[in-house]
Design a protein around this ligand. Structure first.
Ligand code: SAH
Length: 244
């Protein structure tokens, strides 16, 4: 019981620090998600961290930063390579009116997320099991999303090839990066040009642990040619920054 109260206080601190409002239902869902992550962790090692405090104070905090900067564009949101649900699920919980699509190649993680969505009673969360290379070539999803988010999945040039085909014209990409963000940005010019993107801005922040983080934000300014994304695994093996 004490632990539950501690987690609630920690969560309220995180929300306050980020300047975010959340109702009782949303706070309850975030705490329930933390509980399911901990349970899932024991069984399947879904995230590296081991305490509810780390899940709330690090992963939830990080995931919610785009909301605190009001970075979600209008329309549906896609989280590319969501893993155990980061950053997509915490953002979905505090943005209940926005449809969220969580894309993940690993079936074990998709099964975990299915259970989370059912337990929390979340509406308008769509789980996409597959690789971004395939989903990005499907008419149903191509150029469909107002915002594409991605955290800890790949280098920026690789992510651009995977996510620009999925973003709607005028839509936005938000990539979660560490201190190497600007080096990666330097090497992403060619991918931007080839896939129809433009760098918009970066946002810097610190996690409560003091760790420095950077959000790289891009806009989709031109339609992506049909050859992108290339076949499974090719964007990673031969990133567009090295083709010249
Ligand atoms: N975003 C989560 C998970 C990061 S781990 C977090 O921040 O905690 C990277 C995840 O991306 C893995 O679960 C992996 O299966 C998934 N992934 C990597 N490449 C992918 C691709 N091309 N298509 C779909 N999922 C992919």
């Amino acid at each position: 019981m004490q632990e539950m109260n501690d987690n609630r206080a920690l969560l309220e601190g995180v929300l306050e620090e980020l300047g975010l409002e959340a109702g009782a239902r949303e706070k309850g869902q975030l705490l329930q998600f933390a509980g399911l992550l901990l349970e899932g962790l024991k069984k399947q090692r879904l995230v590296g961290e081991k305490t509810a405090a780390e899940i709330i104070g690090k992963h939830f905090y990080d995931s919610l930063v785009p909301a605190s900067f009001s970075l979600l564009h209008s329309g549906a949101v896609l989280d590319l390579g969501t893993g155990a649900g980061f950053p997509g699920l915490p953002l979905k919980i505090i943005s209940p009116g926005t449809p969220f699509f969580l894309l993940e190649a690993n079936g074990r993680k998709i099964n975990f997320l299915k259970n989370v969505v059912a337990e929390l009673g979340l509406a308008e969360v769509f789980l996409l099991h597959g690789r971004a290379e395939k989903i990005g070539q499907q008419e149903e999803y191509r150029e469909r999303f107002g915002t594409v988010l991605s955290r800890a999945v790949a280098h920026t040039s690789v992510l651009l090839e995977l996510s620009l085909p999925l973003a709607a014209l005028g839509g936005r990409l938000v990539f979660f990066k560490g201190p190497r963000a600007y080096e990666e940005l330097e090497r992403s010019r060619r991918a931007l040009e080839l896939c129809g993107g433009r760098f918009k801005e970066s946002r810097e922040y610190c996690l409560p642990s003091g760790e420095k983080r950077v959000l790289l934000i891009f806009e989709k300014v031109a339609s992506t040619p049909p050859q992108y994304p290339r076949r499974d695994g090719v964007p990673l093996k031969r990133p567009l920054d090295r083709l010249e």
